[in-house]
Ligand binder design. Structure first.
Ligand code: BGC
Length: 359
């Protein structure tokens, strides 16, 4: 089976008539749309030429954000005044496909997805050559205002954990988003971008690699985002190279990549989207052989229907945690739309290179 074509089908099949992408259709807690997952998915759709799909997602985000203008303005005012934020003051990380808040309790205060959205939107604008609609421009301005006011606040990370910390990956996504917004609008974010860079560059551990969060001496695979795609540092920056070496050493015992050493979600297995992310990093560094090994592992994880799961329960960090999660939420999410999106990001890059080189 051609996993590239199948992945496009899976993504399109999981985009609703509203434009939202479901995180996973069969996993009940994931039958919503996340800004983070959706933005990477829209980016993948632009790469494979499905600009209409990406556009419909961006319009869905715009409607969802613009309906919350008052919340955004309130949050920005409170943050600027140094006041505490309550859960009702902030945007959520996921919404129903109709753009409504989900009633069930969730670690909702996460900032990275909004940065990722601004980044993916700018990519869409450039790659599709289309003009942003008025609602989309308004939403981008509101999100930029929100991030500018809130970026230094502790929030849940991209794995929806550790709410009391400020996470380099989250900062990087905000950086990438504001830099992208600056390049596609007439807004100047230089001051904030400079402050974020300085903070990220200070989060270096004893071995010279970036750390999961301030005070930690371990890595998290999401640190890959600092270089690819958010470009706070270049992929060959020495601290980034040391970070990737540490990720290889401590988070890759088998073919795939773990999130972080102490991860116990479903026992803490190997994540498909992170394995693609590491391959993406190597592709950007022109190391196709390393990327090929990682992507071969990913391809071998596809089910007979051509579905890629969220994670694979092998080389578990803590096997005793696998069963309790299965009993609580059922089988590991599959297909996970974000996994397919990350595969498409890598595979479209490999295909482009093959076309250029002519092999
Ligand atoms: C992951 C998030 C993701 C969400 C939906 C969570 O388990 O930690 O990163 O956005 O699932 O896919």
């Amino acid at each position: 089976m051609d996993l590239y074509t199948r992945s496009i089908e899976v993504v399109l099949a999981n985009q609703t008539s509203h434009g939202a992408y479901l995180a996973s259709p069969t996993f009940s807690t994931y039958r919503y749309s996340w800004f983070r997952d959706g933005s990477f998915t829209a980016y993948a759709m632009d790469l494979v030429g499905e600009h209409d799909s990406a556009e419909r997602f961006h319009e869905w985000v715009a409607a969802t954000v613009n309906a919350r203008e008052e919340t955004i303005r309130r949050a920005a005012r409170a943050a600027t005044a140094g006041d505490p934020l309550t859960p009702t003051d902030v945007l959520h990380t996921r919404y129903t496909v109709e753009g409504a808040a989900v009633v069930e309790d969730w670690p909702n205060f996460q900032l990275d997805g909004f940065g990722t959205w601004l980044w993916a939107l700018a990519e869409h604008t450039v790659r599709s050559g289309r003009t942003q609609s008025e609602p989309v421009r308004t939403a981008a301005g509101l999100v930029a205002e929100y991030l500018t006011a809130l970026w230094a606040r502790p929030c849940y990370d991209c794995w929806e954990e550790f709410p009391d910390n400020v996470h380099p990956h989250t900062l990087a996504a905000i950086y990438g988003g504001l830099a992208a917004h600056q390049s596609t609008s007439d807004t100047d974010h230089h001051g904030t971008l400079h402050e974020i860079t300085a903070l990220i560059e200070s989060e270096v551990g004893e071995d010279g690699h970036f750390v999961k969060f301030h005070g930690a001496d371990t890595v998290d695979a999401s640190l890959l985002g600092l270089a690819v795609p958010y470009r706070v540092v270049l992929p060959d920056h020495p601290t980034m190279v040391a970070t990737v070496a540490k990720i290889e050493e401590s988070l890759r015992s088998g073919g795939g990549v773990h999130r972080y050493c102490a991860d116990t979600f479903y026992g803490g297995g190997e994540w498909v989207l992170l394995t693609c992310w590491l391959a993406w990093y190597y592709l950007e560094r022109h190391e196709p052989d390393r990327a090929r090994d990682l992507l071969s592992w990913v391809e071998s994880q596809a089910t007979h229907e051509g579905y890629l799961p969220e994670q694979v329960p092998v080389n578990l960090n803590d096997p005793s945690c696998y069963r309790p999660w299965r009993e609580r939420w059922g089988d590991i999410a599959s297909p996970l739309v974000w996994s397919h999106a990350m595969y498409l990001v890598c595979e479209s890059s490999r295909r482009r290179t093959r076309d250029i080189v002519g092999t």
